[in-house]
Ligand binder design. Structure first.
Ligand code: WT7
Length: 638
């Protein structure tokens, strides 16, 4: 199974690593705390609920009624109170958000600043007629107005719908349409590799194609570009804030099971799947895992390098750290600009205590060389985290040695958009780490692996990872098994070792990870197949024997006379329009046909094998075995 998924096996010299002593002594969660958590489910989750302030106490921890049950029924809560107001007594002057903008800007919002601006913007949103339950779409890069808008929405009980800024107008429109969202907050534009991206133009185009009316758009001015004109229904963010200077808005008390936000993720269908997270359970789970796994506390300066447009940014850049009163860093730039030591420079300059990033980033840092982290004082770091993909042992070791100097635990955290918060990870002050393996289910979480028939399989066999009990951060309308036992079966293939540690091997469904964003192969393939001259496309995630993946597009063409370069340009344009520039595959391989079985099924697996190491199995099941040779030579030409 390891081979099949290209997962590096664990080098025996580092089978396990104990948490560094100095960390253990100060950890938020000790062995005794962890043991206490293992009291009966679901009551153990009261500990998570205790992390947040409730306006009305919940009646029960968990109510089994309904398909998936409900967490903390009867409880009433407001997320903005938890992330802002409740810190004012002790932390008015402490930084809540430290922003480092792309053009060298630096802005710090204390908790008092954050309180003021969240209230002013909440008052501004109200003045546009936005009330409880109205979905507000937020379409912005990593600027402070994004978390401020999220919290302002939370304050007035309007679920937010953050759409990654790199998504195209078409992708934005689809998400606004599905969310039935009539309000948009965006910016005039921003800079990407020195070029101005006209975000407002994309937003306007999206609004034109949404079937319902988008009544109001708030625009953060960022470009200093006079040519961006505000039309009817457009409001400048600064004017809106200025018009409500000093306003205070009573927070709307929300039911624990009212949605805090919607977020779309890629599923197998080729269409974005809506996930709606709750206010009570989600927030409690986010706060608890930020405390227990990321070991956050108010005194920390914490940096999560994810974009707020994805779930990681929601939970671990905004809601988790701010609910705990931590200082959270928001960085707009890229890790290699102006130099490849940018990340380490920022950690040094801001004395970052906890750093949470992704395996693709760690592997890029590795490639760039140890001299970069070595040229900075990284001694402020206490804990390192990873999320998004399996963290292969060599990247794990590099991170541990060269960034953490052997003194910081590494938490390899497994979770998903659908889980809302981390479900699998070592507890950094308690559990031994096993490079290559995410770790055991956290206290209160139970998982198993199931075979194709849905029956539990043996540990060595592995199977689909399934969560066997509800967890507080689970979304509304989670799709679960209808069987006798409650079960949320994921599309991840995993193995559970004797010690209960879970190694995630890969995904079963047709999704690929592009720069740490989950995308459906269907979404990409249909954007490519839309191009004139293209017959069909197959998207394949290729590892080339390393853990570093690349997305290949195998494209069969109608017209052999069209130049490949022109076709490639048109495909690039189509993917940019349908999804966004970040989704453009790294390599294109043109071929007269794609390999098909006799029944006409595309053999994606074969394409992956050919591209990975040129070795592949029996092709006798193919209707067109001769195509394999052509594809091999096309790959060589590339
Ligand atoms: C999928 C979820 C949740 C944050 C970011 C991505 C993969 C995530 C790990 C990990 C191995 C991981 C899984 C999962 N994944 N973390 N530590 N080890 N795989 O969110 O876009 O919802 O993707 O990312 O395949 O199902 P997402």
């Amino acid at each position: 199974m390891d081979d099949q998924y290209g997962v590096e096996t664990n080098p025996s010299d580092r089978a396990t690593v104990d948490p560094p002593e100095a960390f253990v002594e100060q950890a938020n969660v000790t062995e005794a705390d962890a043991a206490a958590f293992s009291e009966a489910w679901p009551d153990c989750w009261e500990r998570a609920a205790e992390m947040i302030d409730w306006e009305r106490p919940y009646d029960r921890v968990f109510d089994r009624e309904g398909e998936n049950g409900r967490w903390f029924p009867g409880g009433r809560v407001n997320a903005a109170i938890n992330c802002v107001d409740r810190h004012l007594d002790e932390r008015k002057t402490q930084a809540a958000i430290k922003w480092i903008g792309k053009r060298g800007e630096r802005r710090t919002y204390t908790y008092l600043d954050l309180y003021r601006e969240v209230n002013e913007f909440a008052a501004g949103l109200r003045s546009l007629g936005i009330g409880e339950g109205d979905v507000v779409t937020l379409y912005m890069p990593a600027i402070p107005e994004l978390p401020i808008a999220m919290l302002a929405c939370a304050r007035i009980g309007a679920p937010h719908n953050v759409v990654f800024a790199g998504f195209s107008a078409a992708a934005l429109a689809e998400r606004m349409e599905r969310a039935d969202s009539a309000f948009l907050v965006t910016c005039d534009g921003y800079y990407r590799r020195g070029n101005a991206i006209h975000q407002k133009n994309k937003a306007d185009n999206a609004c034109l194609s949404v079937s319902h009316e988008v009544t109001d758009t708030v625009v953060v001015e960022r470009l200093d570009d006079e040519s961006v004109r505000l039309g009817d229904g457009d409001h400048a963010y600064d004017d809106l804030i200025a018009g409500h200077r000093g306003a205070e808005v009573d927070p709307v008390s929300r039911d624990a099971n009212d949605p805090l936000f919607l977020i779309y993720t890629s599923g197998t269908t080729g269409e974005p799947t809506e996930v709606r997270h709750t206010t009570g359970g989600y927030l409690a789970h986010a706060a608890w895992t930020s405390h227990a796994v990321l070991d956050l506390e108010p005194a920390d300066t914490y940096w999560c390098s994810a974009d707020i447009g994805w779930i990681t940014g929601h939970t671990y850049l905004v809601y988790g750290p701010l609910s705990l009163g931590t200082t959270t860093l928001l960085y707009e730039g890229t890790p290699d600009h102006p130099e490849k030591d940018r990340v380490w420079e920022l950690i040094e300059r801001n004395a970052v205590d906890v750093f949470y990033t992704a395996p693709t980033a760690i592997r890029a840092f590795m490639k760039w060389g140890t001299e970069h982290p070595e040229s900075h004082d990284l001694s402020s770091l206490r804990l390192l985290g990873s999320v998004g993909e399996p963290l292969n042992p060599s990247a794990w070791s590099w991170y541990y040695d060269h960034v953490g100097n052997g003194e910081c635990p590494v938490v390899d955290t497994w979770w998903q958009t659908e889980t809302g918060s981390i479900l699998l990870s070592t507890l950094p002050g308690v559990d031994a780490m096993k490079p290559g393996s995410a770790g055991p289910p956290l206290p209160g979480i139970e998982v198993t692996v199931v075979g194709p028939d849905g029956e539990p399989t043996t540990a060595e066999e592995g199977g689909r990872l399934a969560v066997t009990r509800p967890w507080p951060g689970m979304p509304l309308d989670l799709e679960t098994d209808d069987g006798d036992e409650w079960r949320y079966v994921t599309e991840d293939v995993a193995r559970i070792d004797d010690d209960g540690y879970v190694t995630v091997l890969g995904r079963l469904d047709d999704t690929v990870t592009v720069g740490n964003h989950r995308l459906g192969t269907m979404e990409l393939e249909s954007a490519i197949a839309d191009v004139e001259g293209v017959a069909e496309a197959a998207i394949v995630d290729v590892c080339n024997g390393s853990a570093d993946n690349a997305i290949y597009a195998f494209v069969s063409t109608d017209d052999r006379h069209e130049s490949e370069q022109r076709l490639r340009d048109r495909i690039t344009g189509s993917v940019e329009r349908a999804i966004g520039p970040f989704a453009v595959p790294e390599r294109f391989v043109f071929t007269p046909e794609l390999p098909k079985t006799r029944s006409g099924k595309l053999m994606r697996r074969l394409l992956k094998d050919i591209a990975d190491d040129g070795e592949f199995g029996d092709t006798s099941a193919l209707r067109n075995p001769e195509i394999v040779g052509e594809i091999e030579s096309a790959l060589e030409r590339e």
